[in-house]
Every structure is written in structure tokens, then in C-alpha cells.
Write a protein that binds this ligand. Sequence first.
Ligand code: IPE
Ligand code: IPE
Ligand code: MG
Length: 237
Amino acid sequence: MPARSEGGRGAVPRHVAIIMDGNGRWAKRRLLPRTAGHRAGVTVLTPLLETAGRMGVEFLTLYAFSTENWIRPESEVNTLMELFLETARSKVPELNERGARLRFMGRREKLPAAVCEAIEEAERLTAHNDRLNVYIALNYGGRSEIVDAARRIVADGVPPEELDEATFGRYLYAPEAPEVDLVIRTSGELRVSNFLLWQIAYAEFYVTETLWPDFSPEEFVKAIEWFGTRSRRRGGV
Ligand code: IPE
Ligand code: IPE
Ligand code: MG
């Protein structure tokens, strides 16, 4: 039998990372403001987490806001921040009851104080859960993460000859998470957009034209099943 995340023969990915993209286009098609798309996007989360847990996915990382997303109009950024707060209020207790552990990845200093407080509260409340590990990438950039790791390595005085991939990995935002097995991107863009640059070195990529607010549990299952057909050679034969 292949190891759980090695792909092939129906293997289930241990760590799935999702680029939740296409909210704006979803709204535009309906002649609605972009923020209506972001609101619709939130409704996808509960059924998705439920399905991921049921299928045996252990780690789920969701890209919610990038270090580049600050360049959007101020009103959209403000609405997104309010939406994170609202979502934390409405979903965190429910996730806690389902045994999910929530953690956040990204630079906190630029986030509004209320968002930081909600993050800390969610992490504290769910710290003892272990059914499904959910990471929310918020003000997250793959390059920032690598730079932040390098800064801490230098600050710790790690001798160059002791710095290897395993040591470097321990300085990332979520050192306890295994490497990503499957990346899902909605809305059809074939790019990484600064997501988890280090962790996706050998991830499989599933891109769907479906816009994020329309992403259904059935389509998530389809992506997981597709992963199960992949042969992960990792440079071998
Ligand atoms: C993804 O949807 C959500 C965030 C980046 C916050 P977009 O807002 O990027 O939607 P599109 O790509 O413009 O359709
Ligand atoms: C990536 O989507 C970021 C999130 C989904 C949070 P973007 O919409 O920001 O990425 P680009 O602009 O298409 O590269
Ligand atoms: Mg987008």
C-alpha cells in the first residue's frame, strides 16, 4: 500500500490547501458589488470543513487574504476585515464543537486590532481540538513567510552549516503542519499568487473553473478523488 499521502490507489491527501478565488467575478456576473461575492464565499466554508473532516483530510489551509490584497479599494478591504470578524463570531463556536483546531498564518501587525483579538480567541478556544487542523492564511504571503523565517534564523544565531531544509522548515509559520499534498484553486487561474511557496514543492494541483462561492462539497470530493489517481514520483521514476 502507498503511504497515505503518496497519491495513487485512492489515497487521501493529508494536507489540502485552497486558493479561494473568484468571489469578485461571481458578483460581477450577477451585477452585484464585489463584497456580495465575498459574503457568498463564506457560506461555502461550513459544508467544506464538514466534508474534509469526513473524508479524512487532517490539515486544511485556506487562503483568505494575501499580503498583496491591501492594494484593493479601501472599501473592499474594510468589508473583508469586517467579514472576517463576523465569520469568526458566527463560525468559531460551531467549528470548536466539531473538534476543529483553528490557526492563522500571516503577518499580524498590519491587521486591525479587533481581527487580531478574534484570531487569538479562536486559537485559544480551539487549541485542544485535534479532529481537523484548519489554517487561515490572512495577510499571508509566501515570500513574507520565507523572509520572516530567515530573520528569525539569523536572530537565533543558527550557524550556516547547521541550516538545512528541516531546520528552515521549523521556522515557518506552521512548522507542525506536514507539507501540502494537494492545492485546489477555484476560478481557473493557473498561478500560485504567493501562496505557500515552500510547502507546495511537490504538491499536486487541481484547478477548477468554478468560482469560489459555487464551490460545492461534491467538487471537493472530486478533487480528492482526482488526487487519488495521481502518481507522485517526487523526482523518481
Ligand atoms: C478571492 O476572490 C477572495 C480574496 C482574494 C479576498 P477575489 O476577490 O480575488 O475574486 P476575483 O478573482 O476578483 O473574481
Ligand atoms: C489569491 O487571489 C489570494 C486569495 C485567494 C486570498 P488573488 O485574486 O488575490 O490573486 P491574483 O490577483 O489573481 O493573482
Ligand atoms: Mg482573485
